[in-house]
Design a protein around this ligand. Structure first.
Ligand code: CA
Length: 236
C-alpha cells in the first residue's frame, strides 16, 4: 500500500445515501482516499479541512445551493478538480455549475467506469498545483486550475480550444512553439489532417485579445509556428 497521503483525496458531497456510499467505496477500491458527506455544509467543511484534491458535487442538496457551493469551493481551493454530478439534465444548471468554476460534469445516472476515467484524465492533465496555477502577462491573467481568463479584472470568455491554445502559448510565453507541437497539445496527439483549424483559432483568439490594453500579442513565425509575446511594459 502506498503512503496514504500521496493518494488524491476525493470528497463526495451527495445527499443520496446509496449513491454516496457507492461512490465512496468505489473510489477507495480504485486507489483514492475518499470521504462522503451527505450535506453541503459538512462537505464544504471537510473539503476545506482536509484540502481535497477532487470534489464530486451533487447540485441538488438539501441545505445549500449547489452552484453557490461550487463557487465557494472554487474560490477557497483554486487547485481543486471539481466535478458536478447532477440529476438535472437542464442545460442551464450545467452551464451555471461550469460558470461557478466546475471543471466537468456528469448527468445521473452515470457510469462508474466513466466517472473514474474522467477523474484519472483530469488529474493527469492538471498542472502542478500552486506554482503554475496563475499566469499573469500584463493585464491578462490565466487561472489554469479554474480555466478562467481575465483582462484587467474582466472575464474573457473563450471557447475550449481558444482557451487551451492561449494557455499553451502562455505557459511558454516568449518562446516559439511549432505548429506540430500546438496541434499535438491542443487538438490531438495523432493529428494527421489539415492544420487550418489552428490558424482559424489563432485568428479568433487575436480578435478576442485585440483592442484591449496591456495584453500579450500572438506573433506568427512563418514556416514554424507561433509565439506569445508579453505586452511591452512586461518586456525586459
Ligand atoms: Ca441530490
Amino acid at each position: 500500500m502506498s503512503n496514504a497521503v500521496d493518494r488524491p483525496l476525493v470528497v463526495v458531497v451527495e445527499d443520496d445515501d446509496t449513491i454516496g456510499r457507492l461512490l465512496e467505496r468505489a473510489l477507495r477500491s480504485n486507489g483514492y482516499r475518499a470521504q462522503w458527506y451527505p450535506t453541503g455544509t459538512a462537505g464544504l467543511a471537510g473539503a476545506r479541512r482536509d484540502r481535497a484534491d477532487v470534489v464530486l458535487l451533487d447540485l441538488g442538496l438539501p441545505d445549500l445551493d449547489g452552484t453557490e457551493l461550487a463557487r465557494r469551493l472554487r474560490s477557497e481551493l483554486p487547485d481543486l478538480l471539481l466535478v458536478i454530478l447532477t440529476a438535472r439534465s437542464d442545460e442551464i444548471d450545467i452551464v451555471s455549475g461550469l460558470d461557478a468554476g466546475a471543471d466537468d460534469y456528469l448527468v445521473k445516472p452515470f457510469s462508474l467506469t466513466v466517472l473514474l476515467a474522467r477523474i484519472r484524465a483530469h488529474l493527469r492533465r492538471s498542472p502542478t498545483p500552486a506554482t503554475t496555477g496563475m499566469i499573469a502577462l500584463g493585464d491578462l491573467t490565466i487561472d489554469t486550475a479554474a480555466r478562467r481568463c481575465t483582462i484587467a479584472g474582466d472575464d474573457l470568455i473563450l471557447r475550449t480550444k481558444e482557451y487551451e491554445l492561449l494557455e499553451t502559448l502562455a505557459l511558454n510565453a516568449g518562446s516559439a512553439i511549432s505548429r506540430d507541437d500546438l496541434m499535438a497539445k491542443v487538438w490531438d496527439i495523432n493529428w494527421f489532417g489539415s492544420t487550418k483549424t489552428l490558424d482559424v483559432t489563432i485568428a479568433s483568439l487575436r480578435h478576442r485579445l485585440s483592442s484591449r490594453a496591456a495584453v500579450p500579442t500572438i506573433t506568427t513565425l512563418r514556416g514554424h509556428g507561433y509565439r506569445l509575446d508579453p505586452p511591452d511594459q512586461e518586456a525586459c
